[in-house]
Design a protein around this ligand. Structure first.
Ligand SMILES: [Mn+2]
Length: 335
């Protein structure tokens, strides 16, 4: 049985907890196009820091997606539009460990005098650059780490903070489907429900408010499916339309349907962006390491879910990716 009392604290975590206790004015931020884990963790940490009587601002490089608008009822999510961020003495970077993932905010934050704290569950490559870090790449979500922090600091999350952690967990585990769903994740989820989270209401908010055109758009993307490596690799492409990028689509639906094919181990989804860029989302349902694949193209993430933004034409990028992905299949077979 998982104890939800107080998780043991490592020396590195203690430094992070001290920084949270010592700081007075906190700026919470995350990666470009913040996802449910990123903003959920921000919401949860904001409620922990508010309970500690700290001043807190959340400022992201991009706005919050409408599917998470229920969190914006309890917290103000600023979207950076230039100028000076609010005066703060600690910057907390959530759900990524590199300032350059913060888009236009990166330079402003890097140049600031604030101390830097990273809270993240991604694999970090390169030397540590922060003042303190609370990192565990075995954690299912960054929001789960904030829940550990709350327990270690002896803070009971309010309902708003609990909704943040729940949002983090369900979006990063595919609503408890992925292999990162462990005992702690489920125990924390139970604790959050006990603190007022309504799973059904959140499921509807996050996943069941799509446009009427969504099924048709999903069908259009699925129609581009190509299989390689005897059906172990599936690739879909989303060409851009007009002057913008490819139409925004909740790609999780596409990725889920393709992973449902028995032979498929790896899914690559390629979305053409404006400016000669292609956004890769890569998913694995086996030991195949899509983080290693994404890293070949300047991206990264987790072994089973990763991404990259790649320069080039859609078809050319697809060819390069298929070659690299196929090579890794052959290497795994030892031939
Ligand atoms: Mn995450």
């Amino acid at each position: 049985m998982i104890s939800l009392s107080k998780p043991p604290t490592t020396a590195a975590q203690r430094e992070a907890l001290e920084l949270l206790q010592q700081g007075r004015r906190f700026l919470l931020t995350g990666h470009v196009r913040p996802d449910g884990d990123c903003i959920g963790a921000e919401a949860a940490l904001a409620s922990v820091l508010t309970a500690l009587d700290k001043e807190v601002w959340i400022l992201n490089p991009d706005p919050v997606e409408p599917q998470f608008d229920y969190l914006a009822r309890d917290f103000v999510f600023g979207a950076y539009d230039g100028g000076e961020p609010p005066r703060h003495d600690v910057t907390v970077l959530l759900d990524c460990s590199e300032l350059d993932r913060c888009g236009r905010l990166a330079d402003v934050l890097a140049g600031g005098a604030s101390r830097k704290l990273v809270i993240d569950h991604h694999l970090h490559h390169g030397p540590p650059w922060w003042d303190a870090a609370y990192v565990d790449h075995g954690a299912s979500a960054t929001g789960l780490l904030v829940h550990r922090i709350a327990r270690q600091l002896g803070i009971e999350l309010d309902r708003a903070g609990a909704q943040g952690v729940f949002t983090s967990i369900v979006t990063d585990t595919g609503w408890f489907k992925y292999s990162n769903t462990d005992a702690e994740t489920l125990a924390v989820a139970a604790d959050l429900v006990a603190h007022g989270v309504d799973p059904d209401a959140l499921y509807r908010s996050i996943y069941q408010r799509k446009r009427r055109s969504h099924p048709l758009e999903t069908g259009k993307v699925l129609a581009t499916t190509e299989y390689y490596e005897d059906g172990r690799l599936a690739v879909v492409t989303m060409p851009r339309e007009g002057d913008g990028g490819a139409p925004a689509l909740d790609g999780d639906d596409v990725l889920d349907l393709l992973r449902a094919v028995e032979s498929v181990e790896v899914v690559l989804s390629l979305r053409e962006l404006a400016g000669g860029l292609v956004k890769l989302s890569a998913r694995s349902k086996t030991d195949y390491d899509v983080n290693a694949l994404a890293r070949l193209f300047g991206g990264g993430g987790h072994r089973k879910a990763s991404g990259a933004t790649i320069e080039g034409e859609l078809d050319e990028v697809k060819d390069r990716l298929v070659i690299a992905a196929s090579r890794r299949f052959r290497e795994a077979r030892g031939s």
